[in-house]
Each structure stands twice: as C-alpha cells, then as structure tokens.
Design a protein around this ligand. Structure first.
Ligand SMILES: [Zn+2]
Length: 167
C-alpha cells in the first residue's frame, strides 16, 4: 500500500511523454475516437474505436517500400476496437525475418492498410493514407527509425526523434 502514491506519480509523468502535447495547443489525448477507412478501390473497409496508442512518422527501410520512398505516417489503435467491415485483406509476413510484422493489404488494389507488429502488442497500426479523414492524425507525436532516413526525407523540428524504435 505504501508504494501506491509513488507508483501513480510515476505513471502520471509517463503519460505526457513523447510529445502528445508538444505544441501546447493540442489536447493531451484524444479519447474514444471512432475512425473509418479502407483501401483505394473500396473493396476492404475498416472501423477502429478507442484511444490512439501512438501517432508516428517512421523512416525505416521497410516503410519506404510501402510508401513509395517517403517515411510512413501511422496511427496505432487498440486491436480490440478494430474490425474489418467490408472485404478481407491479404496478409503477408516476411519468412526470413525474425518476428516479422504482418502486413495487411487489399487483394484487389494492393493498397497497404494495416500492420501488426510485436513492437506494439495489442495494437493495429493504421496507415494514415487509408483513413477516410487523414486530418485526424494531426501530426506525428514522434519520429522513428531516423537511422534509415534518406537525405530527401523531411524530419520535422520540435518532435522527439529516435534513431530506432524507442524501447
Ligand atoms: Zn482495394
């Protein structure tokens, strides 16, 4: 019982970390968002409900393949609140990579919609380009994998940046 106040103080300090409100104008956390989205052709649609877990811009080499060369903006949402409402994605995980992420994409138009990764257990990683309203992303709260960034990538000022995935 004696440990409780100390622990809750610690948790409070952890919540605003990583730039949820780095501009000072944003709300600390969006609560209970309901997000819809899907692929380019409309064959695969989804709905995601809950609190966003992470909003990031990732520069890793893998993301460059999926975006066409640029970093990838993603929004991680709770897996429990995520459902496909139309169609079914094709899934791919690289077999020669340990703990490879599973990538889910439209079998018709090929657009990449969701990634599931052991780096973010319990989350679905939604690609911002697949959101019906990409403006809900606002801006990344952190920049990931800058070690893989190309010289033509833009890394915004004032956002915490990590050479790799922060642990
Ligand atoms: Zn499609």
């Amino acid at each position: 019982m004696q440990n409780l106040p100390e622990r809750s103080k610690k948790n409070r300090l952890l919540v605003p970390a990583a730039g949820w409100s780095h501009s000072g104008r944003e709300t600390l956390r969006e609560k209970n968002m309901s997000i819809t989205g899907g692929c380019y052709c409309g064959a695969v649609r989804y709905e995601a409900e809950g609190d966003p877990i992470m909003k990031a811009q990732c520069h890793c080499r893998e993301c460059q393949y999926f975006t066409g060369g640029q970093p990838n903006d993603f929004m991680a949402m709770p897996e429990a609140g995520f459902t496909y409402t139309k169609g079914a994605p094709k899934r791919f995980a690289k077999s020669d990579v340990a703990n490879a992420a599973t990538r889910e994409f439209c079998p018709e138009c090929g657009v990449h919609i969701v990634t599931r990764s052991q780096a973010l257990p319990g989350a679905v990683i939604l690609k911002v380009g697949s959101l019906d309203d990409p403006t809900v992303f606002q801006q990344p709260q952190m920049i990931l994998q800058t070690a893989d960034a190309q010289s033509f990538h833009h890394i915004p000022d004032g956002v915490p940046a990590f050479e790799r995935f922060p642990t």
